[in-house]
Design a binder for this molecule. Structure first.
Ligand code: UGA
Length: 474
């Protein structure tokens, strides 16, 4: 098929590369000349597993980058709109990019096309896109507008696209649905998974992706409701973790117990410093705004956001509990990205926590395997030191703080960690270690929803070791 994708951000770039991987001819449109030039020159602008391989495999063959929207529309049977929908101050989203692309597409339509909303948008956007296209002269018999939300997670977006739990297509006509379904056929009939050079995924053997046909409004709601539900699951487990801390229970044991109920499931029950990223915080507010506009009070969503915000404050209180006073303390921070596997720092709890620590007068040395370049732009020059690895970040620090769930951090050598730290204190906002292991390593360990490990002996020994070292140095 000939497919156009408008917008080469996260969603557009991954979708475009994956549609090319499925055998389609893809034209990726963007109006950012620098971005286009970089993509044409072979760069991969985001840190995403398998994306560089796909771009390399299909660039200039089945995947083309262009600034010419009209040309791309004329060549394509389906045009996916994947432009940004940034949040506004009131929690609603700014749909002006979607509107302007829809208007431009309208002027270019010469044969029947399906326009697909791929960006995360509130319910009724489909209706509006159709209306805008008609107002801009698109003949009604020459187009349909479908809703096909994406459920990609950053860090595993390519695998999520190629091995989806479900593909949701909201369409108003059978012709429109059939065309969008055809684009995904190699996934739904399983033929992609028989290819020798397929991108590896989480399933073995035969797999057929599930296709769900819905109305356009249902498809739009599915996206917001899915993200709101997942965010709710995280806030729920974080609130349970706080409860565990108060009563002296262990959140890992509690999660094992509740997650074993197949109706609840184990996934997305990891307590921590709260969710971040470009999706959950924004989508939750947008969903709430849609509810409000429809005259509904969806108070549960307010509570989900409140618990999430509170989680950062709780972490800061833990740091204070471990160190008593913060002014002048030297902290080694591990993790800046909003989660592992990505260089994205948008709405990252780690960045917010570091900012609060700086306000308290702490000195921070940070390390992240992927997000340092982006993080550097977040802080005034010189306010945060950046280390070249985790050990350098904690060298001589009064405490080590873990803020992102990178697997590399859970593989750190605890003995070396203890030797490097000035005080043997680790405050772990992601529960990467077993408390018993930290105790055995002689570290004081504060995590989420589990009992603190505080060993006076470890503290005294470490204090004496450093006092001797300082003496010797003097
Ligand atoms: C999320 C959804 O998972 C995707 O299905 C969706 O397509 C995407 O938003 C989107 O709307 O575009 P993403 O934001 O990439 O994906 O990241 P997640 O893996 O969902 O994690 C979100 C945040 O929740 C991270 O900060 C992560 O650390 C946190 N999290 C996740 C937890 O604190 N605990 C968990 O158990 C899971």
């Amino acid at each position: 098929m000939k497919i156009g994708v408008v917008g080469s951000g996260y969603v557009g770039l991954v979708a475009g590369a994956c549609f090319a991987e499925l055998g389609h001819d893809v034209c990726l449109v963007d109006n950012d000349r620098d971005k286009l030039a970089a993509l044409q020159a072979g760069e991969c602008p985001i840190h995403e597993e398998f994306l560089p391989e796909l771009l390399q495999r299909h660039r200039g063959k089945r995947l083309h980058f262009t600034g010419n929207l009209v040309d791309a529309v004329r060549k394509s049977q389906i045009i996916f709109i994947a432009v940004g929908t940034p949040p506004k101050d009131d929690g609603d989203v700014d749909l002006s990019y979607v509107e302007s692309v829809a208007a431009d597409i309208a002027g270019a339509i010469d044969t029947y096309k399906v326009i697909v909303e791929k960006s995360t948008v509130p319910v009724y956007t489909n209706t509006w896109v159709r209306r805008i296209m008609l107002l801009n002269g698109a003949p009604p018999e020459l187009f349909d507008v479908a809703s096909n939300p994406e459920f990609l997670r950053e860090g595993s977006a390519v695998a999520d696209f190629l091995y989806p739990d479900r593909i949701v297509v909201g369409a108003q006509t059978a012709r429109c649905f059939a065309l969008v379904a055809e684009a995904y056929r190699p996934l739904t009939d399983g033929s992609y998974y028989e290819k020798s050079d397929m991108i590896p995924g989480p399933v073995d053997g035969h797999f057929k992706a599930r296709l769900i046909e819905t109305s356009t409004k249902s498809a739009e709601l599915i996206k917001h409701a899915s993200n709101a539900f997942l965010a709710m699951k995280i806030s729920f487990v974080n609130a349970v973790a706080s409860m565990c801390e108060v009563v002296g229970a262990d959140v890992e044991q509690v999660c094992e117990g509740i997650g074993s109920d197949s109706r609840i499931g184990r996934r997305f029950l990891r307590p921590g410093v709260g969710y971040g990223g470009s999706c959950f915080p924004k989508d939750l507010l947008a969903f709430r705004a849609v509810a409000r506009e429809s005259g509904l009070h969806f108070g549960l969503l307010d509570e989900v956001a409140r618990v999430n915000e509170d989680q950062r404050h709780r972490f800061l209180r833990k740091v204070k509990k471990a160190l008593w006073t913060l002014k002048g303390k030297k902290l080694g921070v591990l993790g800046l990205a909003f989660k592992n596997g990505t260089d994205d720092i948008r709405e990252s709890p780690a960045i917010a926590i570091v900012k609060s620590l700086l306000k308290e007068g702490c000195r921070v040395t940070a390390y992240d395997p992927a997000a340092m370049k982006r993080a550097k732009e977040e802080f005034p020059a010189g306010s945060v030191k950046f280390a070249s690895d985790a050990y350098e970040a904690i060298d001589g620090a009064d405490a080590c703080l873990i803020l992102t769930e990178w697997e590399d951090f859970s593989a750190l050598d605890l003995r070396r960690m203890k030797q490097l730290l000035r005080y043997p204190i680790v405050v772990d906002g992601r529960n990467l270690f077993k408390p018993a292991l930290m105790e055995a390593a002689g570290l004081n360990y504060y995590s989420v929803g589990r009992a603190d490990v505080v060993s006076t002996r470890a503290t005294v020994t470490s204090f004496m070791k450093h006092a001797i070292e300082e003496d010797e140095a003097a």
